[in-house]
Design a protein around this ligand. Structure first.
Ligand SMILES: [Zn+2]
Length: 341
């Protein structure tokens, strides 16, 4: 079993485990023509239809797929407006069952009125005060009143954690920089930043595939002065795939970009979730620890994964759960979800 390089566990710096069941969902009533319509027609119809049972199997499948890709830590951002209370425990429990690390956050928003915002904030507080690991979540400045943003920032400061928030993903949220600048701190995780009009003293989560999929533009992560990590924004958790895409996109913008520069964004994940640096992944490729080889080698697979001392993937198969059963249960819940849509 000598073949195959070993690396630390990969970190997905921005994920939505609630969206794993969305693949194959019924087409929206009208075809979205811009980013806001993508949210309205797809994601805001999906999240409101979720109950805790659907969420459980969506998170189980998402966590399983992460482990199968050598991703041992997930920084999750969650919204299920019809099932807020307890939702972060459902996600944390699902990840624990599969053996993945997770940092949870509930995305507070005023889209469902002040009561919805209050309940979202309470879910963050309840989960974090009871010992859950995570950040305080905010959907985005453009769906929140200023006092909601202030409430989330104050709660995060009180709990000694950062805020995990979408920032200027589309031009609809171009005022985010101005509104968040007085609140943001170093431990915040700001996501996307494509249309951000200023530097913020925080970590940036760059999601190249999602940004292309939503046609919002290029985030230019090399111009960010602080730490940059990579996220998938809910499109799986294959961080080598996201790395190759991040490299290609950076290269498209500037031909002097090197694979090492893009690999820095992978490495920064271990600052975000330090325990993942102690996890081990054995890959099916002997160049899996070399950014120059990885950047041009699609399809590298994780064979064995250890989270701490426990092996959670052996020969490509999950050890703690039956992958076939997880996929079958997830498919069953996806059918329920699609009927509701
Ligand atoms: Zn997102």
């Amino acid at each position: 079993m000598g073949v195959g390089a070993t690396t630390p566990g990969m970190v997905c710096g921005h994920h939505h485990l609630y969206s794993t069941l969305a693949r194959g969902m019924p087409a929206p009533p009208m075809t979205p023509t811009n980013f806001l319509e993508v949210l309205q027609q797809i994601w805001w119809r999906l999240d409101v239809a979720l109950d805790l049972e659907m969420l459980r199997w969506s998170a189980m499948l998402g966590a399983l797929e992460a482990i199968e890709c050598g991703t041992t830590a997930i920084v999750d951002h969650h919204e299920s407006p019809s099932a807020i209370e307890g939702s972060l425990d459902v996600i944390a429990d699902a990840c624990a069952e599969v053996g993945a690390r997770v940092l949870c956050a509930y995305g507070v928003t005023d889209r469902h009125g002040p009561d919805g915002a209050r309940r979202g904030l309470e879910e963050n507080e309840r989960f974090l005060r009871s010992g859950g690991r995570g950040l305080v979540g905010v959907h985005a400045a453009f769906t929140c009143r200023q006092e909601t943003l202030e409430g989330a920032a104050a709660l995060a400061e009180d709990l000694g954690v950062g805020v995990h928030v979408h920032v200027a993903e589309g031009d609809v949220d171009v005022a985010a920089g101005e509104r968040l600048a007085p609140l943001v701190r170093e431990d915040w995780l700001v996501v996307h930043g494509v249309h951000l009009d200023r530097q913020l003293p925080a970590t940036l989560a760059h999601n190249p595939r999602s940004n292309m999929n939503n046609a919002v533009g290029y985030a230019r992560p090399r111009a960010w002065q602080g730490r940059v990590v990579l996220g998938t924004d809910g499109i799986g958790a294959d961080m080598l795939e996201e790395f190759r895409l991040a490299y290609a996109r950076a290269r498209e913008a500037d031909i002097s970009t090197t694979p090492e520069q893009a690999w820095e964004w992978v490495r920064a994940g271990w600052d975000l979730v330090p325990e993942a640096a102690g996890d081990r992944v054995r890959w099916d490729y002997d160049g899996a620890d070399d950014p120059w080889r990885l950047a041009f080698t699609p399809g590298v697979r994780a064979l064995d994964v250890w989270v701490g001392d426990e092996q959670v993937l052996a020969g490509g198969r999950a050890t703690r759960v039956d992958a076939y059963e997880v996929r079958a249960k997830a498919a069953e819940q996806a059918r329920r979800l699609f009927e509701r849509l």
